[in-house]
Structures are given as C-alpha cells and as structure tokens.
Design a protein around this ligand. Sequence first.
Ligand code: ATP
Ligand code: MG
Length: 363
Amino acid sequence: MSKIILTGDRPTGPLHIGHYAGSIRRRVELQNSGEYDKIYIMIADAQALTDNAENPEKVRQNIIEVALDYLSCGLDPEKSTLLIQSQIPELCELSFYYMNLVTVSRLQRNPTVKSEIQMRNFEASIPVGFFTYPISQAADITAFGATTVPVGEDQLPMIEQTKEIVRKFNSVYGDTLVEPDALLSANKSCLRLPGTDGKAKMSKSLHNCIYLSDSEEEVRKKVMSMFTDPNHLQVSDPGKVEGNPVFIYLEAFCRDELFAEYLPEYANLEELKAHYTRGGLGDVKVKKFLNNVLQEELAPIRSRRKTWETDIPAVYDILRKGSLAARQAAAKTLADVKESMKINYFDDRALIDQQTLKYREQK
Ligand code: ATP
Ligand code: MG
C-alpha cells in the first residue's frame, strides 16, 4: 500500500512555533526522508470559514501567510503538494455523504469540538458548519487516501472520528476508504506547546503566540515577558520547571550544542533545570538563553521567507498547481465512493440492462 501524508493548517493567522514544534518540523523531516509516496499539505480555508463566516477577508489574507510559512520552513513544492481546501469541490461532496454515517450525539462528544466551542463562546449558537467540521476533516484525509496524519495532540479526536467514518463506510458499502493513523511528535513538550502567557495551548485565537514570521526583536520581547513560575520571585527562591512554559519551550527546541555556545556553565538542559529547581538561578538568565535558542531555529526560516516574499505570484502559482493536482486525486476517490454507494447511475451498465429487462418483462 502507498504511504501518503495529509495534513494542514487553518489560515486564521500566520503560523507559530506551536505549529512548528507540533507538526511542521516533522512534516519537513518526513518529506525529506523519501519514505512517502505522496505528501499533501492543505491550507484549510473552508474549515477556517466555519467559525469566521463573517470575516472572509481574514481568511483570504492569511492564505499567503501560511503558504510563506510553509515554504520558509522547508516544505518543498517539488516534493509536497501544497493545496487550498476550497479549490477541491470534491471534498464537499464527500463530506455530504459521510454526514449520514455520523450521529449528532457522537459529534457532541468530540472533546476537541467541545473545548473549541467553549473557547469561542458559541454556546447555543454553534454554526452547523463548525459543528460538523470533524466530518469535513474526514473527507480531507480520505480524499487523498492518507495513511499518515502528522498533527498536534489536540487533533487526536479528529483522527479517531475519521477512523470511525472509514470503518462505517467500508462496512456498509464495501472496502473503499483507507484508515489513517495520527503521527504525534515523540517529544512530549511538542504535543501541545503552551502559550507565552502560560495557557495550556499556544493558539492564534488566544493571542499568546510567537510567530514564525516575528522579527528578531519581537521574539526577544515576547520571550523576555513570558509567564514563568509565579512563585519564583527572588533569584534565590527554588523554582518549578513543570508547567513552566520557558522550560517547556527549551525542551522543545534546545540542543546540547547550544549550551556550549550560549550558556557554557551548563552541559545540558538537565543541569539547568536542576539549578532552577534548587534556587539561585534567575528567570532573566534562562529567558536570555531561550531567546538565543529560538533565534537559532527561526533565523534561517526568517531569511528564506524574505526571499519568497519577493515573488508572491510564484507562491500563488505553487498553490494553484498543487490544488489542481490534488483535485485529480480527490476526484478519483469520489468516483470510487460513488461507485461503492451505487450512485454512479450513468456508468453502471448493469443497472441500465436490469431496468431494461424489468420493463421488457412487464410488457
Ligand atoms: P485556531 O486557533 O484558528 O484553531 P491553531 O493555532 O489551533 O488555530 P490550527 O490551524 O487549528 O492552529 O492547527 C494546525 C496544526 O497545528 C494542528 O495539527 C494542530 O494540532 C497543531 N497545533 C496547533 N497549535 C499547537 C500547539 N500549541 N502545540 C502543538 N501543536 C499545535
Ligand atoms: Mg486549532
């Protein structure tokens, strides 16, 4: 069986270091591993519209931001197909048929949908499109026959929902769809990177992000004003590293070589943590180190972005070509789905013959 990746992001803002740690860094590694037959990276604009229906301009403006972030992180259009969700109408058709295989109560139990509804204060006025987005996500994944979906931890319930839809479809209509698996980061700190404010998730909607496109100065300022252990008031106080976003970011991004370069008193993160925990190490020193670590990671991304920014038409052209190629793959799956569901009337010679015979016999 082919090994195929599908993954993507909502164009609701530029991408942040949570996306990078949770998914994009891994995508680039997988892309360059040569182990996958196809890689589809989707800008999920139709999904973004489910909770931004009144603000299409925001979605429209952020397509290019996400595309520039992809290219600057090293996603390569020669190796990965970059596409825009709304340009593949087959995805809507698939969603429409999958809707019959999911109950309202199952959607209500989806923990990601539950917490996102709460976060957006939708309460009783949840847009139907938003409520059903796990179904549309199942369409995205299955349309491309994806076997692997690299995501952050918050997306696990979505993959579970997709698996259920695939099993149900295949058991009702016969083996047609491929069941995907989520691929999580092996680094625990990357599964759900917290915000700079200490909130559980760095998220565009919570305004607690360090963006991949932030300038060197913006990153420095954000790092220096980060939330840490609120009880670590004096340098001499013992500090807590668990749940402390400064240390979580270090776990996600720092390498031992960077200690030698920027903080040679310590050999590695374990030594730094031990000192912080027993007291005598100030937040400013740790934050300065974190800033250096992040700048090391972000500088090459920033510089590749500068280059791509000089040729915006080329970026749109990459998306146009990718969307066209993706559409062909999705159309093939849709044709298979319609055949399995027996709604391919005009291609079904046996049906036409059977009806012909039935009416002939009635005469
Ligand atoms: P929004 O607030 O609009 O939902 P978001 O910041 O949650 O935006 P998405 O586009 O929903 O971003 O997520 C894209 C991908 O990035 C998903 O695979 C998601 O799991 C991953 N991701 C998002 N935020 C984080 C995070 N803080 N840590 C790890 N992975 C993340
Ligand atoms: Mg999200």
